[in-house]
Design a protein around this ligand. Structure first.
Ligand SMILES: Nc1nc2c(c(=O)[nH]1)N[C@H]1C(S)=C(S)[C@@H](COP(=O)(O)O)O[C@H]1N2
Ligand SMILES: [Mo]
Length: 199
């Protein structure tokens, strides 16, 4: 008899759990931050989209709360190998935020209060794939998990989901962010195990 008890692989509410290669399941919600947690009050919070021509679109918290929100339930995959299934969020779709933004850019660089950045193709944050999330599991998003609001891009490794997000820069040319500059993969698809440059 092995140390993996029968039925272990069947965990996760009866469905067959399919994880990206090299990942393991966790039930808790680890905190991974490269620096101190910025404390950004909702009164001071602002979210700005800057286009490739320098045009800016900004929302303060009150305006942001007036936008229609969605409640995605998604699986998240951290490059340190934990995955968490069925996480429940509330946030504003990037489709909503970018709907009236005049751009022909191909890339986006998300930037955060505290200085963190991360990049991805613009098409990866459109078509129902990304949100600015402000609630997790029915509660306001705690500061350690990125509150007041964070980017949520669950189909890419979780380092792309910038906590304390303050804006998006839309760019004609790809520009690597914090971890991408440090040797992590430019795109970061967990299903293709794109952890590091060259993967
Ligand atoms: N601003 C900011 N966003 C960040 C990070 C960070 O250090 N700073 N870490 C990233 C990494 S590596 C992961 S795995 C997730 C962790 O989110 P969590 O702490 O809510 O689990 O946030 C991502 N977003
Ligand atoms: Mo991570």
């Amino acid at each position: 008899m092995g140390i993996v008890s029968p039925g272990f692989r069947g965990r996760g509410r009866g469905r067959d759990v399919k994880l990206p290669p090299g990942q393991y399941l966790t039930e808790d919600f680890p905190v991974l931050s490269a620096g101190p947690t910025p404390r950004v009050g909702k009164d001071d919070w602002e979210f700005t989209v800057t286009t490739e021509s320098g045009r800016e679109y900004s929302w303060d918290w009150r305006q942001f709360m007036e936008l229609p929100s969605e409640t995605p339930t998604v699986d998240i995959h951290c490059v340190t190998k934990w995955s968490k299934l069925g996480t429940r969020w509330q946030g504003v779709s990037l489709d909503t935020l970018l709907a009236d933004v005049d751009t022909a850019a191909d890339y986006v660089l998300a930037h955060s209060y505290g200085g963190y950045t991360t990049n991805m193709p613009l098409e990866d944050v459109l078509d129902g794939q990304a949100w600015i999330a402000y609630r997790f599991d029915g509660e306001d998003l705690p500061a350690e998990h990125g509150g007041p609001a964070r980017l949520l891009v669950p189909h890419l490794y979780f380092w792309k989901s910038a906590k304390w997000v303050r804006g998006l820069r839309l760019l004609d040319q790809d520009e690597p962010g914090f971890w991408e500059t440090a040797g992590y993969h430019d795109y970061g698809d967990p299903w293709r195990e794109q952890r590091y440059q060259g993967d």
